[in-house]
Design a protein around this ligand. Sequence first.
Ligand SMILES: [Zn+2]
Length: 289
Amino acid sequence: MTVEYHVKDISIHRIVEQELGTRDAFQFLKDLTPELLEENRSWLEPLALLKNTNNFSFCFQSYVIKTPHHNILVDSCIGNDKPRPNRGSWHLKNDNYFMSALAKANLKVTDIDYVMCTHLHTDHVGWNTKLENGQWVPTFPNARYLMSSTELNYWIDLHRKTPIDAINDSVLPILESKQAELIKSDHVLSEYIRLMPTPGHTIDHFSVLLGKNEDLAYFTGDLIHTPLQAKYPNLCATVDFDYEQATQTRFSFLERVCEQKALCCTAHFPGTSVGKFTKWKDTYRFNAE
Ligand SMILES: [Zn+2]
């Protein structure tokens, strides 16, 4: 498994926490029909679709970008010790995968300067915090955590009505420690790094864009979950917040990165999650690198 990529003087490191998560394809994609899945089975198997099953395979990971000035963590994946009763393989888990991947990238938790929260779903904020003496404390003591203020307000409102574990244990402690930086989803961090609004999966989801005066690599967050959605960008995840907007975001993103031939670092594509999208007749295809 390739875990390190280089774009000019910047390196990108995959921090893989779980490699083989599975979800029922029909539960996962809203308008997927058995006919459409069969039609595509031959190229989806065995990586994106487990052989002879209807189960998509997903990778769960973060990325670290090392620029000449900063170490930036894009999303913080699942986390340890988190109560996630609806997800067996995440619930109160305690393993070393995330931390050893960070160590393999030659990084300590104190080396992370920024944590980018593309959105505030459970599997993207987990390592924001760790359990220490019964308290949730920031995992990265020197980091600023960037979150969209619109996204944050939406989740805080929801959390007040019905408590959400991930907001409670992985987001609120960051606000309390005053390490959160509330930004707009088109924020410019530095000459190398900026954000691009990619709403639809959540209310103010953003992607992270890397490149000095050019668009060289994208960190997609959850604007796309499986290679099947490149061929059919109108297929939405059932959990998408706004189906129409999510579809529009996927179409315009795919068109843009095809034209730019930009490297795309996806959050959940199985196997090699990093690659480039190219045109495929009148739609798109993912080519792993
Ligand atoms: Zn996700």
